[in-house]
Design a protein around this ligand. Structure first.
Ligand SMILES: Cc1cc2nc3c(=O)[nH]c(=O)nc-3n(C[C@H](O)[C@H](O)[C@H](O)COP(=O)(O)OP(=O)(O)OC[C@H]3O[C@@H](n4cnc5c(N)ncnc54)[C@H](O)[C@@H]3O)c2cc1C
Length: 316
């Protein structure tokens, strides 16, 4: 049986009955021509983009929180890149060229919003985003391919009521979609956001997270700054601040902020590999496991793998 909330989503859910279980059908990887309607400055290295459909919107809005689109666009950038061991990033050299390239970006908007798609682009000093952000793209035409992906699929399919969303940097995108969707659909899920950033200035969608928390008694946010030790004073009973990485010195943040039923929480983790599983690049640019990520800590705390969903953005 569909709930009333799901009925309202008519265009969003492609579902079928199979052995009595509802299965969400993935949308085909369609190409959508879209225009950049609005760009919002979020942090020094990230911007939020609103895309509106140019042609048919069929399939464009048939997505669920956690899914992503591949953004394909022209960018003008150096022809050649080399790996800079001291910086740990790719560095462009030589003359520039205009090329078509693409990257994946999680959907920020809620599936209940049928007018536009919002994506968040954060530069990781790579080959696409820095050059895309460099140009004033308002009014430009790009292509979105999707929606794609299964992140948060189990959470939504199982109608989880207790959810902990762990994010670092741009990993907050899907959490925003889930929170807004939860509000739009009148769902009663409890969501705790654990959001990790270098400093307070690096928190993406900071004001929006605080607004969303204030709009539902079921929403909580825990912000941690890993590089500066200034801990802001919270003026909201469901917004908390701390400093340093999560799960250090024997602390179990899930227990601390979720309370005695912390083992019942379903966990989503989104961001770089170092945040998820401690894998990063060594000086030669090779993948190495240097420490523990959120997934390691959750597993060590006894959370089963089946209660964890993760979305890795890149190796870093
Ligand atoms: C499913 C999914 C969802 C995503 N959602 C988002 C999102 O919502 N927002 C967002 O900002 N990003 C998201 N990403 C990541 C996004 O696709 C980009 O990778 C990211 O934005 C960085 O783009 P970039 O052009 O700066 O770096 P990229 O060119 O993508 O490179 C990423 C990093 O790897 C390094 N690198 C690249 N090539 C090499 C190489 N050959 N050797 C060594 N190092 C290398 C770069 O220097 C950079 O640090 C998502 C990724 C996936 C897979």
């Amino acid at each position: 049986m569909y709930t009333m909330a799901e009925e309202k989503l008519g265009r969003v859910f492609y579902a079928r009955q199979k052995w009595g279980v509802r299965i969400a059908m993935p949308e085909k990887h369609k190409r959508h021509r879209v225009r950049i309607e609005k760009i919002t400055y979020e942090t020094k290295d990230s911007r939020a983009f609103i895309f509106v459909p140019m042609d048919s919107e069929e399939g464009l809005f048939s997505y669920m929180p956690g899914q992503f689109f591949v953004l394909e666009s022209q960018v003008t950038r150096p022809r050649t890149f080399v790996y800079d061991k001291s910086k740990g990033t790719m560095v462009g050299i030589g003359e520039t060229a205009t090329v078509v390239d693409k990257r994946a970006f999680s959907i920020v908007s809620s599936p209940a919003e049928h007018e536009y798609i919002e994506l968040l682009l954060k530069s990781e000093e790579g080959l696409f985003v820095p050059y895309f952000l460099d140009e004033d793209k308002a009014g430009n035409i790009c292509t979105l391919i999707g929606p794609q992906g299964k992140f948060m699929h189990n959470l939504l399919e199982n109608k989880e009521k207790l959810i902990a969303c762990w994010s670092s940097g741009s990993g907050i995108a899907s959490t925003i979609s889930l929170m807004q969707y939860t509000l739009d659909m009148g769902l009663d899920s409890k969501i705790i956001v654990f959001d990790s950033n270098r400093t307070e200035d690096d928190i993406i969608f900071y004001e929006r997270i605080k607004r969303l928390v204030s709009e539902s008694e079921n929403f909580y946010a825990v912000f941690t700054d890993t590089k500066d030790n200034k801990i802001p004073i919270s003026d909201h009973p469901r917004i908390f601040y701390r400093s340093g990485r999560f799960w250090v010195n024997g602390e179990n943040p899930l227990e601390k902020y979720a309370g005695s039923n912390w083992r019942d929480y379903f966990n989503t983790i989104c961001g770089s590999s170092s945040f998820i599983n401690g894998r990063t690049r060594d000086k030669q640019g090779r993948s190495v496991k240097l420490g523990k990520g959120i997934e390691d800590h959750l597993l060590e705390a006894g959370i089963p793998q089946s209660r964890i969903e993760k979305d890795q953005f890149y190796l870093l």
